[in-house]
Design a binder for this molecule. Structure first.
Ligand SMILES: *Cc1c(COP(=O)(O)O)cnc(C)c1O
Length: 454
């Protein structure tokens, strides 16, 4: 990573206690006007961010291993994105693509057709958020097949709107008290190698066995000819960075194909170089019928897409898909600049390098402490699953304690998982080697300290 020029010093700097006086004052104002249902991980308020650092209003500089949940892959103020956005806002901020269309939207769709898996004829439709993209992928699949049922998986996360809450697995905090939920959503068992020991010798079942188990549930409980779509994250995000066993996704995709079922890969979190490939589906050699994208697509600007088979997407009548802001011109400009940066800086290679560094260090640590159950993930979508000493019982308390310690020492790490026991690492891919090393040292110390207390 030599080409990227940082604007802010890439350093960890603790200037005040957390929160500092200015953040504390903002927290007081917030409590009076911002809804309590929106929670923030950090007690600090942001003044600036660049490369691998977030600087708060009191002058603290934190190392960012979260990238705003896998969004700022190219950095939170990538100069190419900044200049593309500035240029676009100076011309027009919005005309509504459904009223007065523009080239940027077409260029983003061209890029999506080029970069998503498969060489077939593709179409894209643009939206604002991941949830909106997932909703629309389901609309398209239902329209194209004339069927109702949607199959989702244990540990899945697909968003917070009414339909996507129904698609999401975890009750607290995403669904609790927010029902009733959309109908015709059915949940199948996932492949979660670390938590499966179905073989007589206690070893995990294979991907093919896990797929057969899921397919059996679908066929017995729903019926193949009622199923419009199978919707799955190729690497599950909020559910715990779960990488399914080899062979699981291809078997499901094959089943979908032979039963006229639309296979939708939700790549909202795993897409756009995050896993060391443009899309995580590539690691399993699958070509989804539809792919949903958002998060990393536009350097932090809101944009999302459904991309896939032309025959499916074009089955929808003109006017059947859209939205006021979908494919906003400023977001499209940001996406084109972000994608160009991913290519120029070769962020796929960068993600693979990060995987090597992080996995080597955390695997070594897992031999030293007994609260690490598993180190897993691909590219710069990596996780540590924490367990009660020596066993497999989830350890959410240790997980929280580790994240809190790391933050106290100036490193932002996010947690996730159905059991709240996974530390996930999603650094901006433009983070420097030195800063990543420093952050890992802090994280290792946090894990060691918490392991001793456990
Ligand atoms: C974040 C996420 C979503 C929802 O995206 P929003 O932009 O928050 O609506 C959907 N699917 C996956 C896999 C995600 O990680």
């Amino acid at each position: 990573m030599t080409e990227y020029e940082y604007r802010l010093p890439q350093e960890r700097r603790i200037a005040t206690e957390f929160p500092g006086p200015k953040s504390a004052a903002l927290a007081q104002r917030r409590a009076k006007v911002v809804g309590a249902g929106v929670a923030s991980t950090l007690p600090l308020y942001v003044a600036d961010a660049d490369g691998g650092v977030i600087v708060d209003v009191d002058g603290n500089s934190l190392i960012d291993l979260g990238a705003g949940i896998a969004v700022t892959t190219v950095g939170a103020s990538n100069p190419a994105v900044v200049s593309a956005v500035q240029n676009q806002v100076a011309h027009f901020t919005h005309t509504c693509f459904m009223i007065a269309p523009y080239e940027g939207y077409i260029e983003v769709a061209e890029k999506l057709a080029e970069l998503t898996p498969g060489e077939h004829e593709k179409r894209s439709v643009l939206f604002n958020s991941g949830a909106e993209a997932v909703e629309n992928a389901v609309k398209i699949a239902r329209h194209a097949t004339g069927r109702d049922a949607v199959i989702v998986f244990d540990h899945a996360y697909h968003g917070r709107t009414n339909l996507t809450m129904a698609l999401t697995a975890k009750s607290m905090p995403y669904k609790h008290g927010f029902g009733p939920f959309a109908p015709e959503v059915y949940r199948a068992p996932m492949s979660y190698p670390f938590r499966e020991g179905l073989n007589a010798d206690g070893s995990a079942i294979t991907g093919a066995q896990a797929a057969a188990r899921a397919i059996s549930v679908i066929e017995k409980q729903v019926g193949a000819d009622s199923v419009a779509a199978v919707l799955i994250e190729p690497i599950q995000g909020e559910g715990g960075f779960i990488v399914p066993a080899e062979g699981f996704l291809p078997a499901l995709a094959e089943w979908a194909k032979s039963n006229g079922v639309v296979f939708i890969a939700d790549e909202v979190q795993s897409g756009f170089t995050r896993t060391g490939a443009w899309f995580a589906s590539e690691h399993d050699g699958i070509v989804p019928d539809l792919v949903t994208t958002a998060k990393g697509i536009a350097g932090g600007m809101p944009l999302a897409a459904v991309t896939g088979r032309a025959d499916l997407i074009d089955a929808v009548h003109p006017g059947g898909l859209g939205g006021t802001y979908g494919g906003n011109p400023v977001s499209c400009a940001a996406a084109l600049a972000s994608i160009e940066q991913m290519e120029t800086l070769d962020l796929n290679s960068r993600a693979r390098r990060i995987e090597e560094t992080v996995t080597a260090r955390l695997t070594a640590l897992s031999k030293e402490v007994d609260i690490i159950g598993e180190v897993r993930g691909r590219g710069a979508m990596l996780a540590v699953e924490l367990v009660v000493s020596g066993g497999r019982e989830p350890n959410p308390d240790a997980t929280k304690a580790i994240a809190a310690r790391a933050l106290k020492d100036g490193v932002v790490v996010l947690t996730c998982g159905t059991y709240g026991n996974v530390i996930r690492l999603l650094p901006p891919l433009v983070i420097s080697d030195a800063l990543l090393d420093e952050a890992l040292t802090v994280l290792e110390d946090s894990i060691r300290t918490v392991a001793q207390e456990n």
